[in-house]
Every structure is written in structure tokens, then in C-alpha cells.
Design a protein around this ligand. Structure first.
Ligand code: F6R
Length: 592
């Protein structure tokens, strides 16, 4: 959600900035723009794709400093005036901004009183003018950044050009990610490392409430008191952040097919010789606590439902909360709660808000994230990395399986149950088999449902949790309205929606619930539903559409989720939609 790129002293700034924006486009955006300095600040921006922007930006740019931005509209509709970069009234400050300024209305009022004018509706334009206002007053650009930092409330990553000091780029960060890539005679900035991996291996990650000044050879970072901060360079694992499609037509397909290696990598990282290798202090904290709380959003929330059940089977009471709900009425059940946050991106604003509340209450937290160095990774007490490799497709697939896998191991580790390790290793060949041999059957279902407007997923217990994820995946990429219903709840309301030919997709992979699920199938068939059954051999009937070999029933979100993901993928491909970038959605949801 919004992406920043910028460079100083780079030999081909146009290429870096525009290709960088393309690399970041998986984050989601609806307009894009660039600015550079050459005898004045030049800005090109428009609504629509980066490819369109590429046509607007001259090929023969000569500049040492350039910034670019993809905007996902929050304050103000997607139009040219609201598109970044924004330039201040006296043309001293030009900037790109990620994040949301909470007190922008107060600042705007103050600036209006000083006769500043505004041309769009964004909070970002106000920041550009605020920096300029202090800069012109004190004639000190770094001082004005420090002053602004003390005033701005909310989240921001800013890359700034000051027309009086064009051999420097200025940066500022709070709550939104910003990374510097150090090169030989040049420096790069971006929201994440992916646009820079071709050019450098050395990165500096900014902490919240830091600002700085970058030249082509130097990086100076300051804390909010204006004290210089010594930063260490970090290396990134290129393979894990590369956007190479590796011959696949879409990221979603590639990422589904990376599920087996993801599960294997987690087993190899967090277990050794049949024993667990988690941080001992963390395991003790989990053991000591009398209640485990989970907080997450979307797909990550769905994995918390599965993980929560695992912890309940390890004799822990649990509660699972949607971050945006919990934040407005925070409760801490139990006497000694321990909080697990789950976030693929590690940058989800709703969850960052929750972490702030958790910290205010002096409680510890664990983040499960796929993004090392992300805001949540750096600010939670404990962190477990999913090591799933970058997920580019907006729809989360391998990260969901990774979350469930880690939670399964963690819940087993606190009761010294080693069977989970064996069970997870045992399902690896089965996931491979599903991926290698079941696609034709899944495509058949995809073709049968692709023109439907509504459909339902049914399941109970672990199959219900899986149904919720299957349903979210299908609706977000194929735009078919879909709902997941626990089998037993049908007759309490939703069955009223079943009519002739309504598609109902049923998971029956759990022998505890299989008989009841067969009863549910009868109920919906009696109302004309067209039922598609995905079962395991032990629970199968001849008419079932897909029958998978038996596996430990509690692992359906690890094993059968691939079927759900493929189904969403193939329906979307059949419909001709952009499967990796569904409308209105962003990969990293950095606004509340
Ligand atoms: C759906 C999906 C979203 C995310 C949600 C939370 O496929 O990806 O529902 O799961 O936006 O994002 P993270 O996990 O990054 O906090």
C-alpha cells in the first residue's frame, strides 16, 4: 500500500525509480508519480498504472536526485492533485509520503493562517508545506525536519528533495517502513529492499522517529532529539526478496507451489533431530501464561483460528481477535495473558495500533511474520520469522500455511509433544501429490462455478477454519460472493439462501465431523444445491469430487489449503481477471 523509491548519484535514475515503482506495485496503488531536480524541480504524475507514467517521463532525464511514489488513495480520491510527489508553495520542498498523518487538519489550519494554499486533499501535501514553513523560518533544513517530527502525529515514511540542497535527499520515518541501500558512489531508498537488490547488498533500516540526510557517498541519521545515530549495515537474503517469477505465469501460482518447500523450511529451521529449536525464554513465557491471545487481520486471523485450536489442545485457554475490532475495545482475558500477533507483512496498521495498546499495558508480545525488519518484527518482544520467502501476490497463500505450521509446532513445543514434527514431515509428500496430480479435477470445479454469483463453503472444526480461508481467497481474487458456514449453523439461518444450483463446496477431511457433514450435504441437496465434496479416503464416498489420501486430520489447513488456493486461482484465470492484483486490495495494508 503506497510505495516509495528514490536515488542519489545513480547513473540511470529514471530506470531505477520507474522500475522500482513497478517492483513495488504488488503493494497496491491507483496513481503514480516521480520528481527530479535539474535546474528546478520537475514532477510527472498521473492516475493509473506505472506503465502509463513511463510514457510521460522523458527518456533523457539528467539528474542526480530523483524520487517516485505509488499511491493507494486514503485522504482524497485518486486524481492528479492528490498523486505524489507534492511540492510546497514556495517550491522549496518536494516529497513522497507513505502513511497517514492523524493531525493534518490542525496543521492545515495553522498553515492556512500563514497564507499557505492547498491544491489537493492529501495529508502529504500538508507535510511538504509544514517542512517548508519551518525551513524558511529557521533556514535550517535538518532543524525543520526535527521540528516537524515533534509535531506530526501518525505514520510516515518520507523521501524529500529540498531545492536549495540538491546534493542531498532528506528522509524521515515513523511507523511506515523506509530502507536505504548503500552503493558505491550512490545511495538508494525504498519502502522495502525489493527494488534495490539488483544494485546493492548493503542496507540500513530506519527506526521510528528517525530522520536523516543522504548524499551519494554518505548517510547521516538522527534521532528525534537531533543526536546522530550510528547505523549498522545489514545484508538481505536476495533469494527471499527476489520478484523473479521463475517461469510461472503468475505469482499466486508460484507461491501456492512453494507451499511444500515453505513447510519443509520451517521444520528445518524450528526443529532439529525431532526436537524444537524455539527461543527457550519464549517457550517458558508461553508455558507460564494462563491465556494466549491472538490478534490478526484477514488471512492471518484465519490462521490464528487454527493456531488457537492447537493451543487449546495443549491445555491453554485462548481468545482470537480481529485487530481492528480489538483496538477499539481492548480486553486482556486471564491473569497472565500472552499475546501472539500474526502478520505476513509485519506492517499492517491495524495490528501496529494494537501493539501500541499492548505496550501501554506493559505486556509482552510475539509476532509471527514473514518480513524480517518490519515494524512489528522490530517492535514486538519476541519474533518468529515464517521464512516463506517474499509473497508478491496480494492473496496470501504460502504465508497462511507457514503461519499455521509455526503455530502447530509452537503449541506442541509447550507440552513437549513431538508427534507434530513427525506429522508435518509426513504430509509433505501428500502436498506434493496434490500439487502434481489434482489440478485437472480442481480446474473442472473451477469451470463449473466460474459464472456463479454466490457460493458457500461448508466445514466443521478444522475444516470450517479452512473453509473461511478458502472463501476469503475465492472472493478476493475471483469476485464471486462466497461465505463459509460451519455445517451445524446451516439450519440456524444460512440454509435460507440455498436454492436450485447454488454451489456448495464441502470439506470432509475430519473423521470426527464426517457423519454430520454428510447430513449437511443431504440438507442442502434437498434444496437443490450443487455440491462439490473434497474429502479424505477415510471419509470418502464414491461421488466425491476430490479424494485425498489420509493425513492427521488437524492439518487440513496445511494440506488441503492448496486445493482451495488452486480453485480460487483457476476460477480467476478462467474469468480473465488479474489474479495477482485484485481490485481495491493492497498487499501491505499500512492504513487503518
Ligand atoms: C488475504 C490477505 C489479507 C491479509 C491481511 C493481513 O489473502 O492477504 O487478508 O491477510 O490484510 O495482512 P498481514 O498478514 O500482512 O497483516
Amino acid at each position: 500500500m503506497c510505495g516509495i523509491v528514490g536515488c542519489l548519484g545513480f547513473k540511470n535514475p529514471r530506470e531505477y525509480v520507474l522500475n522500482g515503482l513497478k517492483t513495488l506495485d504488488y503493494r497496491g496503488y491507483d496513481s503514480a508519480g516521480v520528481a527530479y531536480y535539474n535546474d528546478g524541480i520537475h514532477i510527472y504524475k498521473d492516475v493509473g498504472a506505472v506503465e502509463h507514467l513511463m510514457e510521460l517521463v522523458p527518456n533523457d532525464i539528467k539528474t542526480d536526485i530523483m524520487i517516485g511514489h505509488t499511491r493507494w488513495a486514503t485522504h482524497g480520491v485518486p486524481n492528479v492533485a492528490n498523486t505524489h510527489p507534492h511540492i510546497s508553495n514556495h517550491k522549496k520542498i518536494c516529497l513522497v509520503h507513505n502513511g497517514v498523518i492523524e493531525n493534518y487538519e490542525d496543521i492545515k489550519k495553522m498553515l492556512l493562517e500563514k497564507h499557505y494554499e492547498f491544491y489537493g486533499d492529501t495529508d502529504s501535501e500538508i507535510v511538504a508545506n509544514l517542512i517548508e514553513y519551518y525551513y524558511l523560518r529557521e533556514n535550517d533544513i535538518l532543524g525543520s525536519l526535527k521540528e516537524c517530527m515533534s509535531i506530526l502525529k501518525g505514520s510516515y515514511a518520507l523521501a524529500i528533495i529540498c531545492s536549495d540542497y540538491t546534493d542531498h535527499m532528506y528522509i524521515m520515518k515513523n511507523g511506515s517502513p523506509l530502507i536505504i541501500g548503500k552503493g558505491e558512489g550512490f545511495n538508494l531508498v525504498a519502502s522495502d529492499a525489493s527494488p534495490m537488490i539488483k544494485y546493492t547488498e548493503n542496507y540500513i533500516e530506519l527506526n521510528d522517529q528517525e530522520y536523516g540526510r543522504i548524499s551519494k557517498d554518505d548517510v547521516e541519521i538522527f534521532d528525534k532529539y537531533g543526536q546522530k545515530v550510528i547505523k549498522q549495515y545489514i545484508k538481505k537474503d536476495i533469494e527471499s526478496i527476489s520478484h523473479d517469477l521463475k517461469g510461472y505465469p503468475h505469482y499466486m501460482l508460484k507461491e501456492i507451489e512453494e507451499v511444500p518447500q515453505t513447510v519443509k523450511r520451517i521444520l528445518d529451521t524450528y526443529t532439529k533431530d525431532g526436537k524444537y529449536c524455539f527461543d527457550e525464554k519464549l517457550i517458558n513465557r508461553l508455558k507460564e501464561s494462563d491465556h494466549i491471545m491472538f490478534i490478526a487481520c484477514g488471512t492471518s486471523y484465519h490462521s490464528s483460528l487454527v493456531g488457537g485450536r492447537y493451543f487449546e489442545h495443549s491445555n491453554k485457554s485462548t481468545s482470537k481477535y480481529i485487530a481492528s475490532e480489538w483496538a477499539f475495545d481492548p480486553v486482556f482475558p486471564g491473569n497472565k495473558p500472552f499475546i501472539i500477533l500474526i502478520s505476513q507483512s509485519g506492517e499492517t496498521a491495524d495490528l501496529i495500533h494494537c501493539l501500541k495498546i499492548i505496550k501501554e499495558n506493559n505486556l509482552e508480545s510475539l509476532i509471527l511474520t514473514n518480513t524480517g525488519g518490519s515494524t512489528l518484527d522490530r517492535n514486538c518482544t519476541y519474533s518468529i520469522l515464517l521464512n516463506a520467502g517474499i509473497e508478491v501476490s496480494v492473496a496470501s497463500t504460502k504465508a497462511y500455511v507457514a503461519q499455521v505450521t509455526v503455530l502447530c509446532l509452537l503449541a506442541a513445543a509447550i507440552v513437549d509433544d513431538y508427534q507434530a514434527i513427525k506429522d508435518l514431515y509426513s504430509v509433505l509428500p501428500l502436498i506434493d501429490e496434490i500439487q502434481n496430480s489434482y489440478k485437472p479435477k480442481i480446474m473442472e470445479i473451477a469451470r463449473a462455478i466460474k459464472n456463479k454469483e454466490h457460493l458457500f463453503y461448508l466445514g466443521r472444526s478444522f475444516d470450517y477454519f479452512l473453509s473461511m480461508e478458502a472463501s476469503l481467497k475465492l472472493k478476493e481474487v475471483s469476485y464471486i460472493h462466497s461465505e463459509a458456514i460451519p455445517g451445524g449453523e446451516l439450519k440456524h439461518g444460512p440454509i435460507a439462501l440455498i436454492e436450485q444450483d447454488t454451489p456448495v463446496i464441502v470439506f470432509i477431511t475430519d473423521h470426527h465431523t464426517a457423519l454430520s457433514m454428510r447430513g449437511n450435504i443431504k440438507e442442502v441437496e434437498a434444496r437443490g444445491a450443487k455440491v462439490y465434496v473434497i474429502s479424505t479416503e477415510r471419509n470418502a464416498k464414491e461421488s466425491d469430487n476430490i479424494v485425498v489420501k489420509n493425513y492427521p486430520f488437524y492439518l487440513s489447513s496445511v494440506v488441503v489449503s492448496s486445493i482451495a488456493f488452486y480453485l480460487a486461482y483457476y476460477v480467476t484465470i478462467e474469468k480473465g481477471y488479474n489474479v495477482d492484483k485484485p481490485r481495491n486490495l493492497a498487499k501491505s495494508v499500512t492504513v487503518e
